[in-house]
Write a protein that binds this ligand. Sequence first.
Ligand code: BYC
Length: 319
Amino acid sequence: MPVPTEEAALLAAFEARIAAGESIEPKDWMPERYRKQLTRMMSQHAHSEIVGMLPEGNWITRAPSLRRKLSLLAKVQDEAGHGLYIYCGTETLGVDRQELTEQLLDGRAKYSSIFNYPTLTWADVGVIGWLVDGAAIVNQTVLAKASYGPYARAMVRICKEENFHKRQGYEVCMVLSKGTPAQKAMLQDAVNRFWWPSLMMFGPSDTNSPNSAELLKWRVKRKTNDELRQRFVNLTVPQAIALGITIPDPDLKLNEATGDWEFGEIDWSEFHAVLKGEGPCNHERMAARQAAHKEGEWVRAAATAYAEKQKARQATAAA
Ligand code: BYC
């Protein structure tokens, strides 16, 4: 079916604005497909921040000192804030948070694969800060230049907080790396378990990424999954060397000509299994979110009743 002339003109104007580096704002015309892609990506991102509180939240009561407990508490709270900024961003696209939450709880929406792995030791908390938040910074620094204004602006603030998260994580790793043989072994074990899942956070390889072409065309994404993954590896390997930690990849080697740290093949069958709900903690994560939603029902009911009472009071005062 031919595209109506009016819509074709709107689309051309929209694409010209994007090509000129302008920001698209909530009330601007946008193609339905752009709105849909952004809603999908932003909602997954928001859900990841919320589900992402669970693995580290698991260690708040067991942090080894008050100082560690305070910084971990602050970090986990920040993640809740990130989720809220991004849900607010999706509201500007016309979808409310309740609807997106329902999609998460009934399994229609995805969240980042990384949060389906368990946190078995205290070293995991350090390694998540270092690798997982480190990967998020690489990805999100570029998203801070995304064409959709509310998403890009949320990323600026989130990246600042992620920097604190990465530093607190790396500092935990540094202390462990200088500790007893048992502490060093615990750190190495955590890196062994989180290295490959961290690389998977960047999504499938470019040849297998169905959404990339459209997102790159509309400058939501500014770099491809593989480009960002490579950047993360290049930044992280020297940090691992500084810690005296071995990256669990026998094929890892520096290509002197390109300056890239070349790495081995990712196990994509593991990635796809986790996306299908078959990761080590998928069931546990979903059960935790469902329980939290149920337990929070009285808060939502109380807030709604309060808002209605306020509205009624204002109506009486105005009458
Ligand atoms: N996990 O065509 P593709 C954090 C899906 S949280 C699960 O390449 P796209 C933190 C993808 O959605 C930070 N699913 O997709 C929080 C698509 O499926 P659908 C989280 C994945 O969108 C707490 C399909 O695979 N960051 O930092 O072009 C504590 C094909 O992929 C994954 C974000 O969410 C995955 N890893 O690119 C600590 C960043 N990868 O929807 C830290 C924002 C791919 O078609 N998102 N899929 O059914 C993005 O940058 C992009 O959406 C992605 C994927 C690079 C993730």
